[in-house]
Design a protein around this ligand. Structure first.
Ligand code: NAP
Length: 430
């Protein structure tokens, strides 16, 4: 067996702590698979006195994580701090420049700077690996980069945020509203104190941008992702969706089209019998559609100490084995510039829910607006009402263009009789 591979781990929180536990639990097995022992020579976190329940005797403590980037006793810097800028970015850039491999779980960093970091890694002849950054324990990066390398991928999509999936599942199953379920998720540790990155779709967008780059060979292009979260989804929508034969999931969807790449994260109505509709709770799933392989779906835990540690240590084992694969499946200079397709061009069908005071001529007015905007209605549900009370209206459309449906929704919202403007959910064919 050759010399040990020595890690410097920056960040000892959920992922860092899990990584140390896993290395300890499976040391001999990892060494056997890696072909050498994997040791931790240095660590860094903010608070040295914090009791982490981990034995760090014999391990160098660095008050400044950047020290790991120049520590001669570190072969691989494992960045588990987080954030797209600041210390995490500096640490990775410096480590690569100093010829050290970098393993990170940091999706924000890779979504914003992935292509440049990959180029820096190639220049230095070292590895940049980020399996844990997308869908936690699901080895989707490796699958796209290696297992499906022979395919042209047409579409990649998935449930990329466990917090949102948990909230939507609970709302569906209990009929409770978003705020109530979010508070419960925070108490249970499934949602952060500041949940905005998760519930507003940003976390999923970071992951989608990374998947799109791997799938389509383009530079990571986070700024072009159309992003909507789940705050506006109500239990009423989930109930109507069920009635119409759908579930509601927050999906990230990246599609290669003849005009470029479309990337979007938003709540979707998915057919009740679609496999992804059965991925519930905190679970994540990723589906890749390749021209030769067909449809591949992976499912598993997208967050938490164990699943993320599993992905981090898998990257470390790859490095120890001497596997050298370009971070984004092709050399960084060959990544094509992203050619984003504007969301306004998106074709699809839509669900609209709004409330009107039912008086003569209202529905004729709505029909006129739809026709003016080239929107053709597929179905309409209208509930009984007490005279003079607003009535909820639910419509689904045939295929139309995003710009057209948005124009129609705005015009409907402007009608005197409309007391709640249309809420819109896109219907997906999966
Ligand atoms: N949690 C998950 O399930 C999950 C899943 C996939 C990916 N990730 C990614 O993994 C990374 C880490 O997430 P996490 O959940 O483990 O975060 P976390 O629990 O908040 O831990 C962050 C760690 O970084 C340390 N840290 C923060 N600022 C620092 C600084 N300036 N200098 C040195 N150390 C610093 C903290 O030190 P102290 O402990 O002393 O405060 C802590 O140990 C993030 O990029 C996240 O997006 C997380």
């Amino acid at each position: 067996m050759s010399e040990a591979l020595r890690l410097g781990i920056a960040g000892l929180g959920t992922v860092g702590g899990g990584t140390l536990s896993l290395l300890k639990a499976h040391g001999p097995e990892i060494a056997a698979r890696a072909g050498c022992a994997v040791t931790v020579s240095a660590v860094s976190a903010r608070d040295r006195r914090k009791d982490r329940g981990i034995d760090l005797s014999g391990v160098t403590w660095a008050d400044d994580p950047l020290a790991l980037a120049s520590d001669p006793a570190v072969d691989v810097v494992v960045e588990l701090i987080g954030g797209s800028e600041g210390i995490a970015r500096q640490l990775c850039e410096r480590a690569l420049a100093n010829g050290k491999h970098v393993v990170t779980a940091n999706k924000a960093l890779i979504a914003h700077h992935g292509a440049d970091l990959a180029a820096a890694a190639e220049k230095a002849g070292v590895v940049l690996a980020f399996e844990a950054a997308v869908a936690g324990g699901i080895p989707v990066i490796k699958v796209l980069r290696e297992g499906l390398a022979a395919n042209a991928i047409g579409r990649v999509y998935g449930i990329l945020n466990g917090t949102c999936n948990y909230i939507l599942t609970e709302m569906r199953d209990t009929g409770r509203d978003f705020d109530e379920v979010l508070s419960e998720a925070q108490r249970a540790g499934y949602a952060e104190a500041d949940p905005s990155f998760d519930v507003d779709g940003i976390d999923a967008a970071h992951k989608l941008a990374i998947l799109a780059s791997l799938a389509f060979g383009t530079r990571v292009d986070f700024s072009s992702v159309h992003v909507e979260g789940i705050r506006h989804i109500s239990p009423v929508d989930l109930a109507f969706a069920r009635e119409l034969g759908y579930g509601i999931k927050l999906l990230g969807i990246a599609t290669r089209t003849k005009n470029g790449v479309e990337q979007r994260v938003h709540p979707c109505m998915v057919p009740a019998d679609a496999p992804i509709n059965h991925v519930d709770g905190v679970f994540n799933a990723v589906v890749a559609e390749g021209d030769f392989v067909g449809r591949v779906q992976l499912e598993g835990r997208g967050a938490g100490a164990g699943p993320t540690a599993s992905a981090v240590v898998a990257d470390v084992i790859d490095i120890a084995r001497g596997n050298r694969v370009a971070a984004f499946a092709r050399p960084a200079p060959e990544l094509a510039p992203a050619r984003p397709v504007p969301m306004a061009e998106h074709p699809g069908s839509y669900y609209l829910r709004f409330e009107v005071v039912d008086r003569p001529g209202v529905f004729a007015g709505i029909a006129q607006i739809l026709s003016t905007h080239n929107v053709s209605m597929e179905s309409i549900l209208q509930r009984a009402r007490m005279p003079g009370e607003p009535v909820p209206v639910v419509m689904t459309t045939h295929d139309t263009r995003e710009a057209d449906i948005m124009g129609a929704a705005e015009a409907i919202a402007g009608l005197d009789a409309v007391v709640m403007a249309p809420r819109i959910i896109r219907i997906e064919t999966l």
